[in-house]
Design a protein around this ligand. Structure first.
Ligand SMILES: [Zn+2]
Ligand SMILES: [Zn+2]
Ligand SMILES: [Zn+2]
Length: 193
């Protein structure tokens, strides 16, 4: 009698175990990219979303496919959504993100950040054409005693008759100091490795 009872208890326990195992296994599992998982029934998988019936009273829920690592179906089948193509893309971006460059002293200005440039005011001549005179001469209105007033030619006082005046912009050197355009004045340039 006791043995029979024990046996029936054992049987029912065994049955319960199987039933529990079965209900546990009848769920699909969504493994998310944040390493959490959802116990559910997969309804539909599209290119963008995964529709599923959750282990709750809600009829269905949708999550973006990009949030999902893989689905483990109740029959043990595993579908992974991590494409190798995606990994390649990530690597490409990483290579672009890490600049393969190093700093060098600017060759254009030898690191000074400035260059000597031809003076644009005098075009490098250091001198400018005198605008005060004509060929170094000026006409002055001269009145002399007992003579009729008249114009007399005289040397231009501005250029002393040379027709040339010195360029103040470059202090007659024909060169001016300018910011190096190759390095924007920093004296350094970045070059690709
Ligand atoms: Zn430079
Ligand atoms: Zn000049
Ligand atoms: Zn002059």
């Amino acid at each position: 009698m006791v043995a029979k009872m024990l046996f029936s208890i054992l049987i029912s326990f065994f049955c319960f175990e199987i039933c529990a195992q079965e209900s546990k296994n009848s769920w699909d599992v969504i493994l998310k990219t944040d390493d959490t998982s959802i116990q559910c029934k997969i309804i539909k998988v599209t290119d963008d979303n995964i529709e599923y019936k959750p282990n709750s009273k809600k009829p269905f829920l949708i999550i973006p496919r990009s949030d999902v690592k893989s689905i483990i179906y109740s029959d043990g089948a595993v579908v992974s959504f991590e494409k190798p193509k995606k990994v390649e893309q990530v690597q490409e971006i990483n290579l672009k993100d890490v600049p393969q460059v190093r700093e060098e002293i600017c060759r254009n200005c030898r690191g000074s950040g400035t260059v000597r440039e031809t003076c644009s005011t005098c075009n490098g001549r250091g001198k400018l054409h005198c605008t005060n005179c004509k060929n170094g001469k000026v006409l002055n209105w001269v009145i002399r005693y007992k003579k009729r007033a008249k114009f007399e030619e005289a040397d231009c006082s501005k250029c002393n008759g040379t027709t040339q005046i010195s360029c103040e912009e470059c202090n007659q050197t024909g060169l001016v100091t300018a910011t190096c355009r190759a390095c924007s004045g920093s004296g350094k340039v970045t070059v690709s490795k």
